[in-house]
Structures are given as structure tokens and as C-alpha cells.
Design a protein around this ligand. Structure first.
Ligand code: ADP
Ligand code: ZN
Length: 610
């Protein structure tokens, strides 16, 4: 790249990136920055943030400086851009002194469109001096929420980035994040001195992600069934709360023949690096991980994110599930959740040593998360509503829309459950209470003489599973609280009084435990399904042949397959079957450099099936 003649942003989009048109607010954002103004961009994961600073860096004179917190991510982005013919380099601690000097030389000579730097490197005297000697096209601050001290990704180095404004007041700055909430946004604006920047907030909807929450009965078996029926050949992420559970689940999946790898902060840096690398480079790999895994995972073809434990907030849930389907093809957010999760999280919160104010905040976030699990209406409407986006219509792509939930009048049952908690002295856990309700005479029940209380045996009409569902919903909805004694004793809350007095009726959701094995189709825009052609059809054969070619090239060059071409691009090749260079150049995702580099090889494959 780095051609002296001026290209318009649309030219760059077409020729360099091979895309036909801008998405959403990309064009407005790009124009804002090209005109020299600041911008603060809130866009969901997969929304297309990178182009918002890459294109202005190419179009404006000088080098665009991109601050990015993650070295691994930086390297991937840089290799992808190089394949697209962009003059780009990075500066971080992984480089040798000689390599650093080389990059600095390119920078001084004005050869670079873009330079990626780690924040601590940027703030060094040496780097700042260097930047004062060159033309800077813009500063892009990626993952800008890292400046927020309250957030989970806080990076102290980000605080120092205010010096950019002080030292380079005339250079446009663009800060980008996928974190939507207002307090984080305000913190970014004030800490980075972007109060006067134009704010661009995109819709946070990810229409290609299908949200599903199942009742947990045997989580592993449910997970295996989900993977084997819906995603046998796909890459996915499975989140668990604890390291131990991560290890166990990964091992178990391996025993079942699934290519699963663990990832958590207890593994050595080397192992983590290795597992992440395999996940990025190979297909069909499942990463089982704690929340330590994810930020900056740029893999576009993750087809599902599964949660075996409940995340602590909707923000975390949304961020984690957002790692699925960045390529825009259909993907699944799948979660199993049950009574035990509710009890455990409630306990963790009551035991938390955080100051009262933070505890209340955590409490509210958990409330919202539980509400989301129990909701009977459209999950997407609820999620977006949480982020302040009002939606008129239900989505048709979540479990509640696809299989409407039945509810039942559980007023009587709720009263029975609540009075059983009361009659037994608010000192017992769920299993014990259910035994009392169902009239079971265990040694413990006899010991406490609870076979004598008025609620003994009054709940025989429901099974144990049904009672667990009632208790779960009562706890989730705040009628019962879990004691901090560590034994899971249940206590009544103020809110339960009107129900006990018969002044309030309660409706419960009827739980579904079975996963319907409707496959999530990997449809592209014209309704075709990626890779899902009928066996032995010519399309299937071409698809496989294109994939083989892609893998071959990826291996040769030591990059992940998607960096060569995305699935969506291969799908279009199958569909439109281009046979000339010109036709191939019309396919979305085929830019000039890739056309030159790989065009012949892919045409050669395509032309075998004319
Ligand atoms: P984000 O950083 O917001 O998570 P990316 O910048 O990684 O998202 O973009 C997500 C995906 O969408 C990438 O694969 C990118 O190539 C693709 N993409 C971005 N903009 C466009 C566009 N205008 N047309 C087609 N694909 C696009
Ligand atoms: Zn819906």
C-alpha cells in the first residue's frame, strides 16, 4: 500500500479489504476521523471496529498509531493486514532489539500505514520522541474500556494515555470498545480527554447469535449432546467458573472423542499460549476455559459459546457469548443453569468481602442475570433492554421465541414451599425441605421431628425435580434468600409475606430440560448453509476442495486458515462459482492483494469443477 495518490475510503474498502459496502456506522466514523476529529466508538464484538481506524490510517497522510493491549492479538492483526497488502508493523516486548530498530527505521522513513504498539511501549520516552519526528495520521485506542478502574480488564498503563492529547493536540484520536454501559463510557471519555469527541453508539444486537438457556440436569451429558448433534465439526468455547471444573470437563470431553483443550490462569503461560494457538489455527477445537480466556480472541468462526456455570453479570455473559459468530454466520450462545448455580452465586455474594457499595452493585448485577435466565419472553429484547436499547419486536432467534415457554399458576405450591421453610425454622437446605414436603421419613427428619410439622407431606403432587424448579424460581425472584452459613440454609425475605398471606399469585415457568436437536444453520445471506451441502453433491465437493486449498496455504504460511479467507468468502465462491480473475475479485472478502496472491490457486480449484 502506501501509495502517494489519494484513495477514497470506499476505494480502500473495495480494493484493500475486498468488501462491497460499509456496515452500520463505519462510514460516518471513518469520515469523522479522516476529517481530523475525535471519535468514541461503542460497537459490539464482531461489529467491524478495526476498519474504523485502519481505513483512516491508510487514507490520511502519515502513520496511524494503534494502541492495543494484547500482544497475541496484535501479531494476528498485523499478519492479516500484511496479507492484504497494508504496510504495517508492531512494537512490543516480543521483538528483539534489532527488530525494534528495523521498525523504527520504517517509521522514520514514513513507510508505514499503521503501527500497533503496546500501551506501556507507547508511553516510553523513546517512543514518544520518535512519534514527534514523524507524521502521525491518528491515534486509535483499542479496547478503550481497559482505562476503567471498575471494569474487569483494567490496565494501569491505559491511564497514562491522556498524554497523547497533551503532547499531540492536533492529531485525531479514536477510542473503541465493545463495553456498552454508560458509566464505563463516561470514564473513558473523561480519562482519555474525549469529552468533546463525537460519540458513535451502534446497536449492540448480534442477530446471528441464537440465545438458549436450558435447565441443568446432567450438564456434561447435555453439553456433549449439544456439541455432537449441533456442532460436531466446529470450533467452540465452553466456559466454567473454576479451574478444577475446566480441567475435569476438558478431560471428560477428550475421553468422549472431542478435541478439547483447557485454558485457565493456573496453567503455565507456555501451555496457555500453546492451547490458544491450536484453537486459532486448527479447526474443530473446543476450548474449555475460565473467564481468563477471551479478551482479544479474534477468531471469526467460533460457532458456539457454551456456559456450564452462570456468569456473574449480563455484561460478562454478553461479552463472552459475543465471541461466537464474529463472521456474521449463525452461531449459538448456549447455557445450562440450575438451582445449584443460584445457591452458589448467592452465597458467594453474601461472603464477598467487598465494601458495601460494591456488594450492592454485584447483587444488582446478579439479580439481572437471574432474571434473564428465568424470563419467559424474548431473550434478545431483554438483553438489549439491559443495555438501554428498546426493541419493538421479538427476535425469532432465541429459545423463548422458538419454543414459547409455558407457565403455570404456582400460587399454592409457592405458599407450601415458603411455609415449609418457615415451619422448619429457616435452617435447612433445599433437599431437606423437599423431603419434608414430599413426606419422606429420613433419620434427620425424625431427629428434628419435622414429620410432625404441618407442612410434612403436603407436597406429594409434585416430583422432586418439580419442587427444585419451584425453589429455584423462588430464590431467583427474591422470595427466599440463601444464608451465609455455607450450608445453603434458606430463609424467607420480606417479599414472601404477601404470598404467604395469600395476597399475591405467582406464575412459574415450566422447565424444558431436553435439548431439541434443531441444528443451527450456518446460513449466509442468501440462505445457504456453510459447508452443509448434501453429501456427494458437487457443491459439497467444491467446498471441501476449497477448504483443503485454504488449509494448505495456511500451513505453508503459518497463519490461521481464516486469515487466508473466511468461511463466508469460501461460501460465496461455491455459490457464484467465479471462473475468471475479474469474477473472483467480485467476491466479498477478496481484496486486490489476496487476489494477486491466492487468486490463481483458488481459480484453479474452481475451474476443475466447471
Ligand atoms: P470488532 O473488532 O468490532 O470485533 P472486527 O473489526 O474484527 O470486529 O470485524 C469483524 C468481522 O467483520 C471481520 O471479519 C471483518 O473482516 C468483517 N467486516 C468488517 N467490516 C465489514 C464490511 N464493511 N463488510 C464485510 N465484512 C466486514
Ligand atoms: Zn427472541
Amino acid at each position: 500500500m502506501h501509495s502517494p495518490q489519494s484513495l477514497s475510503s470506499l476505494d480502500v474498502l473495495n480494493q484493500v479489504f475486498g468488501y462491497h459496502s460499509f456496515r452500520g456506522e463505519q462510514e460516518a466514523i471513518i469520515n469523522q476521523v479522516i476529517s481530523g476529529q475525535d471519535a468514541l466508538v461503542l460497537m459490539p464484538t464482531g461489529g467491524g471496529k478495526s476498519l474504523c481506524y485502519q481505513i483512516p490510517s491508510i487514507v490520511r497522510a502519515g502513520t496511524g498509531i494503534v494502541v492495543s493491549p494484547l500482544i497475541a492479538l496484535m501479531q494476528d492483526q498485523v499478519s492479516a493486514l500484511k496479507l492484504q497488502g497494508v504496510a504495517v508493523a508492531f512494537l512490543n516486548s516480543s521483538l528483539s532489539f534489532q527488530e525494534v530498530q528495523e521498525v523504527e527505521g520504517q517509521l522514520i522513513r514514513g513507510e508505514l500505514d499503521l503501527l500497533y504498539v503496546a500501551p506501556e511501549r507507547l508511553c516510553q520516552e523513546r517512543t514518544l520522541n520518535l512519534l514527534h519526528q514523524i507524521d502521525v495520521a491518528l491515534f486509535a485506542i483499542d479496547e478503550a474500556h481497559c482505562v476503567s478502574q471498575w471494569g474487569h480488564d483494567f490496565r494501569p498503563e491505559y491511564i497514562q494515555l491522556s498524554i497523547l492529547h497533551e503532547q499531540f493536540p492536533s492529531i485525531p484520536r479514536i477510542a473503541l470498545t465493545a463495553t456498552a454501559d454508560e458509566s464505563t463510557r463516561n470514564e473513558i471519555a473523561s480519562r482519555l480527554d474525549l469529552v468533546n469527541a463525537q460519540l458513535f453508539i451502534s446497536s449492540f444486537d448480534r442477530p446471528n447469535i441464537r440465545y438458549r438457556v436450558r435447565q441443568k440436569n446432567n450438564a456434561r451429558a447435555q453439553l456433549l449432546q449439544f456439541i455432537s448433534t449441533e456442532h460436531p465439526q466446529d470450533a467452540g468455547i465452553v466456559y466454567c467458573l473454576s479451574r478444577k471444573k475446566v480441567d475435569e470437563t476438558a478431560r471428560w470431553l477428550q475421553d468422549q472423542g472431542v478435541k478439547a483443550l483447557p485454558y485457565h490462569a493456573g496453567l503455565s503461560a507456555e501451555t496457555r499460549q500453546q492451547h490458544q494457538e491450536i484453537f486459532l489455527r486448527e479447526e474443530e477445537v473446543v476450548i474449555v476455559a475460565t473467564v481468563a480466556f477471551g479478551m482479544g480472541i479474534d477468531k471469526p468462526d467460533v460457532r458456539y459459546v457454551a456456559h456450564l456455570d452462570l456468569p456473574k453479570s449480563i455484561e460478562s455473559y454478553y461479552q463472552e457469548t459475543g465471541r461466537a459468530g464474529r463472521d456474521g454466520l449463525p452461531a449459538d450462545a448456549w447455557m445450562v443453569y440450575g438451582l445449584q448455580d443460584v445457591i452458589m452465586l448467592r452465597q458467594m455474594l453474601s461472603n464477598s468481602e467487598a465494601i458495601e457499595q460494591i456488594k450492592r452493585l454485584e447483587q444488582r448485577k446478579l439479580e439481572a442475570m437471574l432474571g434473564f435466565c428465568e424470563i419467559t419472553s424474548c431473550r434478545r429484547v431483554s438483553l438489549l433492554g439491559y443495555f438501554g436499547e428498546q426493541q419493538q419486536d421479538t427476535c425469532g432467534n432465541c429459545d423463548n421465541c422458538l419454543e414459547p415457554v409455558e407457565s403455570w399458576d404456582g400460587t399454592t405450591e409457592a405458599r407450601k414451599a415458603l411455609s415449609c421453610v418457615f415451619r422448619t425454622g429457616q435452617r435447612f437446605g433445599v433437599s431437606y425441605l423437599i423431603d419434608v414436603l414430599r413426606g419422606k421419613t429420613t433419620a434427620r427428619i425424625e431427629q428434628f421431628r419435622h414429620d410432625q410439622v404441618s407442612t410434612f407431606g403436603i407436597g406429594k403432587e409434585l416430583s422432586e425435580v418439580q419442587w427444585r424448579s419451584v425453589f429455584r424460581q423462588l430464590i431467583a425472584r427474591g422470595f427466599i434468600e440463601v444464608d451465609i452459613d455455607g450450608y445453603g440454609s434458606l430463609k424467607l425475605t420480606e417479599q414472601s409475606r404477601p404470598v404467604l398471606r395469600g395476597e399475591e399469585s405467582l406464575f412459574f415457568r415450566k422447565d424444558v430440560t431436553k435439548t431439541k436437536t434443531k441444528k443451527t444453520a450456518r446460513r449466509n445471506k442468501s440462505g445457504r448453509v456453510a459447508g452443509e451441502f448434501s453429501q456427494h453433491s458437487e457443491e459439497k465437493i467444491i467446498w471441501e476442495a476449497l477448504r483443503v486449498k485454504r488449509n494448505e496455504l495456511a500451513q505453508e504460511q503459518g497463519v490461521p486458515a481464516y486469515i487466508i479467507f473466511h468461511d463466508a468468502t469460501l461460501m460465496e465462491m461455491v455459490e457464484y462459482h467465479p471462473t475468471t480473475v475479474h469474477e473472483l475479485s467480485q467476491i466479498n472478502g477478496v481484496g486486490a492483494t489476496k487476489l494477486e496472491k491466492y487468486g490463481d490457486e483458488f481459480l484453479c480449484v474452481l475451474n476443475q469443477y466447471e
